[in-house]
Design a protein around this ligand. Structure first.
Ligand SMILES: [Cu+2]
Length: 388
């Protein structure tokens, strides 16, 4: 509307001027226009050259391709910014997809009996959903997606780990809870092979485990991580509910909607995640909250798997009654609001909430909340819902 009315007088003026020839002022204007056109032509030539160079880069393989091949990751080394973000891009009907998604069971499993705990895991390449309608090709522990299974032992128990590689490339498993020569125990296992090693869990805490095969950044980013909880020989104060949350971030080479995404190594190096999650799926505990009764003590074991980013753990609407910071189980802090859990680290938190309600747990570095690292602790049966 306004465009049409404004342009009409301009067109009329032009037509009138056209019959009178070119005056001195008009000559200056024409000269300036000529310079401007020249500058535009130069800019266009420069832009065309840049586009040609970009196309050459693509043709030479400088952009990530969806593959599990290691060489593809190295080929992204020269990729320049800006990198394309797929943050927040979900499939259609995201809400119903989120409801249909079976949330990762965050419940801490019981400690197996006996002095020796045998664990068997098979590695398998598999496609998982990491956000509503967003699929990703992982290298997964135990055919489980990401994270791998939650493991739980008691201080003094010996863990016998058997790793079978059902994937396409070598993998390994590195337990942060172990004091052991990594070149021996955490060695690469070839596809089709199995490898068994033992360690005694002498240090209580909550620990990350992960594939330690190079490039480790790629193997962790592709979902090869999980949590191992080692109970202290002297039991902690009683908790009514115990949940495990493994925080991680995802770097996608596509939106993962029409076809599964794979790792974009350039984005992983630039620390530019598309999604951040607790237990591998964006916002899953917003749709399917963790639960407790009013007055119960809830213990949260948090591991930040990364591969690179920390988690600033915070529960909205309460304060940690106990925080075993850095997984140091010899002492806890009290009355703490937010605790940094470093990539590759863990911490344990107790909250006792008396009032019925929905209490969000987040990484309080809020870009992470925006990318999906948020869930709800539902205490009692509150009316209505909230978003955070
Ligand atoms: Cu691996």
């Amino acid at each position: 509307m306004s465009t049409h009315t404004a342009s009409s007088p301009a067109r009329l003026r032009g037509r009138r001027d056209g019959g009178r020839g070119v005056g001195p002022l008009s000559a200056v204007v024409v000269l300036l226009l000529a310079f401007a056109v020249g500058a535009l032509v130069i800019a266009a030539v420069v832009a065309a050259q840049a586009a040609d160079e970009a196309r050459d880069d693509v043709n030479s393989g400088a952009v990530a391709t969806p593959t599990n091949d290691h060489s593809a990751h190295d080929a992204t080394a020269g990729q320049s910014l800006p990198l394309e973000s797929f943050a927040g891009k979900t499939g259609a009907n995201a809400e119903s997809l989120a409801k249909a998604h079976a949330a990762y069971d965050a419940t801490l499993p019981p400690v197996p009996p006996g002095d020796l705990v045998k664990i068997q895991m098979t590695l398998k390449d598999m496609v998982v959903e990491i956000a509503p309608g967003v699929r990703y090709t992982t290298w997964a522990f135990d055919g489980h997606g990401a994270p791998g299974p939650i493991l739980h032992v008691r201080e003094g128990q010996t863990v016998e780990m058997t790793l079978t590689n059902g994937g396409a490339i070598p993998h390994s498993i590195d337990f942060h809870a172990a004091r052991i020569a990594p070149n021996v125990a955490f060695k690469d296992v070839a596809p089709g092979d199995s490898f068994t090693f033992r360690f005694t869990a002498n240090d209580p805490g909550v620990y990350m485990y992960h594939c330690g095969t190079k490039p480790v950044l790629a193997h962790i980013a592709n979902g090869m991580y999980g949590a191992l909880v080692v109970d202290p020989a002297t039991p902690l104060p009683k908790a009514d509910k115990e949940y495990v949350l493994v925080a991680s971030e995802w770097y996608l080479n596509g939106d993962g909607i029409a076809q599964p995404a794979s790792l974009d190594m350039a984005k992983a190096r630039a620390m530019m995640p598309d999604w951040t999650t607790f237990n591998g799926y964006a916002n899953q505990y917003v749709t399917h909250p963790l639960t407790a009764k009013p007055g119960e003590t809830v213990r949260l074991y948090v591991v930040a798997a990364g591969p690179t980013l920390d988690t600033n753990f915070h529960v909205v609407g309460t304060i940690f009654d106990r925080a075993w910071v850095n997984g140091d189980m010899t002492q806890f802090q009290q009355g703490v609001q937010t605790v940094a859990v470093p990539a590759g680290g863990g911490a344990v938190f107790d909250v006792k909430i008396d009032d019925v309600g929905l209490y969000p747990f987040v990484s309080h570095a809020f870009a992470h909340v925006d990318l999906g690292q948020v869930g709800l602790l539902k205490v009692g049966n509150p009316k209505g819902t909230m978003s955070h």
